[in-house]
Design a protein around this ligand. Structure first.
Ligand code: ZN
Length: 171
């Protein structure tokens, strides 16, 4: 997935906030944590370009292992269930939940190592053929990109609705 991680994070954060507002967390902080979680796995691009010099696919780093995000999400759920003060656990929940969503969205058209670190084998729901020299053009002109466009349209629609109705995240 190229452009729709942030829009997907926006959609999930916006739709889920109503359920968590009662724990005292502000809408803007909930949205910030959700948006950050939705792109957090891709922060490994700094290492990919800056230190690894593109030697390994960045989806093979631990930051793109679903097991890591599942572990973090489980810890966030446990904190949410057992901590007396819920504000931070709620932020951790939306952060790690959107991080896990990132894994699922990446899996649609790119390799995700679902069983790492135990099995070093990538899986992809759809194989995007390498037709053009520029890797991003292969994704942009593939039919799977329609999903990204739909997510962008959905997120934009939600954003405009909130603006028009002067709504906070909670409705
Ligand atoms: Zn990614």
């Amino acid at each position: 997935m190229i452009v729709a991680h942030l829009p997907a994070g926006y959609i999930v954060s916006t739709l889920l906030f109503r359920r968590f507002a009662k724990y005292g967390v502000s809408g803007i902080n909930f949205l910030r944590a959700g948006l950050l979680g939705s792109i957090a796995p891709d922060l490994d691009m700094v290492y990919f370009y800056g230190f690894d010099h593109r030697a390994h696919p960045h989806h093979s780093y631990f930051s793109h292992f679903p097991s890591v995000w599942l572990l973090l999400l489980t810890l966030a759920i446990l904190c949410f269930q057992h901590c007396r003060h819920k504000k931070l656990p709620v932020l951790a929940l939306i952060f790690t939940g959107n991080g896990m969503l990132h894994m699922v969205l990446d899996y649609i058209s790119t390799n995700i190592y679902w069983l790492a670190p135990f099995v070093n084998k990538p899986f992809a729901l759809i194989k995007v053929p390498s037709v053009y020299q520029d890797w991003w053009l292969n994704f942009l002109l593939h039919r799977s990109f329609v999903l990204e466009i739909l997510l962008v349209i959905w997120a934009t629609g939600l954003w405009f609705r909130r603006r028009l109705n002067r709504l906070e995240l909670v409705e």
